[in-house]
Write a protein that binds this ligand. Structure first.
Ligand SMILES: [Fe+2]
Length: 246
């Protein structure tokens, strides 16, 4: 399959995810349900760095490992203890969105959240077992960990945006910056290691590894399975959408 066909394939998956009923109707959720969704989504963010660490452990490709290490370290800026991590930035945004400290403390992952995260961990572990594990691992990191994350935050931002100011100390520190810097901004073939976005930086290596393969089957399989994991996570909020009368 030619690269532009793979682009069309993954763009269709991205479009399908954008239209997940919960994401497409995020404005309709009751405030309480929206905050509950954000608290569940937080557990995926907390699990994000161990996923990267697992993938780095299993990568045999030095170039891919280096890209992944850089992206992982960006999550923890500053070495002197004065700079919040991206996860702390998320908590900052959550507080601004009305999530109390008590709610944060009391929050636990639901069975559906635990399953979605356990399945993602399994997908990475299983990817590493293949001969072409490097391509598989980078495909999952990119699509599950960056491309689709940007889609999620883009949708959530439609509802959150008015709660933040565009700049200054009341700006979004987590959701909006990640929506921007995780996004797929170029076609696969146009990505370079110096591209700004996380998706594009990983795409540069994914494309090089794909060129060594006879088929692009594993790329399509893993992007589809990544989408399924994300879909399963959001399906748990369909009842909340029903309650909202959508
Ligand atoms: Fe990222």
């Amino acid at each position: 399959m030619a690269m532009h066909e793979l682009d069309a394939f993954e763009d269709a998956l991205i479009a399908r995810f954008r239209e997940h009923p919960v994401l497409a109707n995020i404005a309709l959720l009751a405030d309480e349900d929206f905050r509950a969704l954000l608290l569940q989504r937080r557990f995926a963010s907390l699990a994000f760095t161990p996923f990267y660490d697992l993938a780095i452990d299993l990568l045999r490709d030095g170039t891919g490992r280096r890209i992944a290490r850089v992206l992982l370290r960006e999550e923890y800026p500053g070495g002197n203890g004065h700079t919040p991590s991206h996860r702390e930035d998320m908590t900052h945004d959550l507080r601004r969105l009305g999530v109390s400290r008590d709610a944060l403390v009391a929050s636990r992952p639901t069975a559906a959240t635990r399953r979605a995260l356990g399945d993602a961990f399994e997908l990475i572990a299983e990817s590493g077992a293949h001969d072409n594990g490097d391509l598989r691992l980078l495909t999952v990191l990119r699509f599950w960990g960056e491309v689709l994350v940007s889609v999620e935050y883009g949708r959530l931002w439609e509802r959150m945006g008015p709660r933040f100011s565009p700049a200054g100390k009341d700006r979004s520190r987590f959701y909006h910056p990640h929506h921007v810097h995780d996004a797929k901004t170029r076609p696969l073939a146009g990505a370079t290691p110096l591209s700004g976005s996380h998706s594009d930086r990983l795409a540069a290596r994914v494309v090089e590894l794909l060129a060594r393969e006879e088929s692009s089957d594993c790329f399509r399989e893993l992007t589809e399975r990544s989408l399924q994991l994300k879909t399963a996570f959001y399906d748990q909020f369909l009842p909340a959408l029903d309650r909202a009368g959508a």
